[in-house]
Write a protein that binds this ligand. Structure first.
Ligand SMILES: Cc1cc2nc3c(=O)[nH]c(=O)nc-3n(C[C@H](O)[C@H](O)[C@H](O)COP(=O)(O)OP(=O)(O)OC[C@H]3O[C@@H](n4cnc5c(N)ncnc54)[C@H](O)[C@@H]3O)c2cc1C
Length: 454
């Protein structure tokens, strides 16, 4: 990286959208991971157009200034956290839906548009956008793309990568790259589109995306099952997968999460059991498929209840969406994101109990059970650290547990800042060095999101 002879504030005085306002800088310093950098970034550039982004990157490139791309800052891995000496390029103001083609079933959007806004617009045409993180109403499409976000419907429809056809990306030196295509199929050249998705703001800044939409299911059916404990619920979820049923939602919550949700929202799930599984099926045969789900979970469950109507189904889905915000009221939360083979969920929950006992931290869990993706949440006191001491030890042990079970460090939140020290162990030297070479081909000066991801 060239020397930085000027301060970021002096260099970015040339950018019409840059601000050094202390409140703006403080707001752009953190995401929802619980990590707080010691000092906020020097400058925030609130971009409104792709040209704003290109100018920001040209200035940063010329002067060797580190840039942190930012959507709406709901990330859970510290990926959009920024510190002194850095410039935040905030694209949350680029939030227009540019086009929806109901026949091709595609949407062209700017990166700052909220996930839920895309879905609301798609719904007007009888369509939906499948990757729906629990943060749908607060997270941006650009952030979803940069983290390859997952969500509830991903159980059936796949994660973000399966729903993004094309991208416009501003590279580190300010040039505009177009990747992918507007068609459903296409294999010309290497798949740079797939490479950008999940690259956590290290290869470029997404300024436009062509998304794949899908027909809204003609029918959905929903079921809630309660169990004595989370390991039994894990076995039930694995039984659904083993029965070759493809629910569109399969979400699991443990006793601690049910307690927190009940307390925060006034529901009464915990009275009904020590763990909860939410299953939804969709399509013409949704009711038949739900029969099969019910048959698979019944031997494990203490109570199985089918939602009587759409309102009851929506309330059950809302309980799962409320899980993280409810737990965030209890203390400082560090959210794990391991994924394991789907038939090993029960072992993963047993392993987490063991980690909690050994490290002395409180761990409560939810899981996208159909994908084997667990979110064990480490809850510590407001004055305790999540990056040091027992919380960090527990995070490291979770990773090793996942690896022992044949799994991975992060299923959907990304590596960010907080999981970086375990990346090499999972990827191995050869893969890591190739990935670093790719990163440096895109960003030879190393200005994009340094210290994050790989
Ligand atoms: C309550 C709650 C529930 C959640 N549930 C889920 C869930 O179910 N599934 C899930 O996957 N995640 C979930 N998340 C995590 C988070 O919402 C996702 O990671 C989301 O994709 C982040 O989007 P964002 O706009 O907030 O990105 P940010 O936090 O702003 O950024 C995330 C990363 O993307 C990069 N980035 C952002 N925008 C761009 C861009 N335009 N171009 C290049 N890089 C960019 C940043 O540098 C950073 O590395 C949840 C978070 C919360 C708070």
């Amino acid at each position: 990286m060239p020397d930085a002879p000027f301060s970021p504030a002096a260099v970015f005085a040339a950018h019409p959208r840059a601000t050094t306002d202390p409140a703006a800088r403080a707001a752009a310093a953190t995401d929802r991971s619980g990590y707080e950098p010691p000092h906020p970034p020097d400058v925030v550039v609130r971009c409104e157009t792709a040209d704003d982004v290109a100018l920001a990157l040209r200035l940063a490139h010329e002067h060797g200034i580190a840039v942190v791309p930012r959507g709406t800052g709901t990330g859970l891995a510290g990926g959009s956290s920024a510190q002194a000496g850095q410039v935040v390029v905030d694209v949350s103001g680029m939030d227009r839906i540019l086009a929806i083609d109901p026949v091709e079933m595609t949407a062209v959007v700017e990166p700052g548009v909220l996930n839920a806004t895309v879905n609301a617009a798609a719904a007007e045409h009888g369509l939906f956008y499948a990757p729906d993180p629990a943060s749908t109403s607060i997270c941006s499409i650009g952030g979803n793309i940069a983290t390859n976000a997952g969500g509830m419907w991903c159980a059936k429809y796949g994660v973000t990568r399966e729903s993004v056809l094309g991208l416009a990306v501003v590279l580190a030196d300010g040039r505009l790259l177009r990747t992918g295509r507007a068609t459903i199929k296409g294999v010309t050249g290497y798949d740079l589109n797939a490479l950008i998705i999940g690259s956590e703001g290290t290869l470029g800044i997404v300024v436009e995306a062509t998304l794949r939409l899908r027909p809204r299911p003609v029918r959905t059916e929903t079921l809630a099952a309660y169990f004595d404990d989370v390991e039994t619920a894990g076995r039930a979820a694995s039984a659904i997968t083993a029965a070759r049923i493809q629910p569109s939602i399969l979400e699991l919550m443990d006793a601690g999460t049910l307690d927190a949700v009940d307390r925060a929202t006034g529901t009464r799930h915990r009275e009904l059991g020590g763990a909860f599984l939410l299953a939804q099926t969709d399509g013409f045969g949704a009711h038949l498929e739900l029969d099969a789900v019910e048959a698979a979970v019944a031997p494990f469950a203490t109570l199985v209840r089918r939602a009587a109507d759409a309102a009851e189904a929506a309330a059950l889905v809302a309980a799962r969406r409320d899980a993280i915000p409810s737990l965030e009221r209890l203390g400082r939360v560090s959210i794990g994101d391991i994924a394991v083979p789907r038939n090993r969920l029960a072992e993963a929950f047993a392993g987490l109990e063991d980690i909690a006992a050994r490290t002395g931290v409180r761990i409560v869990s939810v899981a996208h059970a159909a994908d084997g993706n667990l979110h064990p949440m480490i809850v510590v006191g407001w004055d305790e650290s999540i990056t040091e001491g027992p919380a960090k030890a527990a995070l490291g042990e979770m990773f090793h547990l996942a690896r022992r079970l044949g799994g991975t460090l992060t299923g959907e939140h990304g590596v960010g800042l907080l999981k970086r020290e375990w990346v090499g162990e999972e990827l191995g030297e050869l893969s890591l060095s190739l990935q670093r070479a790719i990163r440096s081909a895109f960003d030879p000066a190393g200005i994009l999101n340094p210290g994050k991801a790989i």
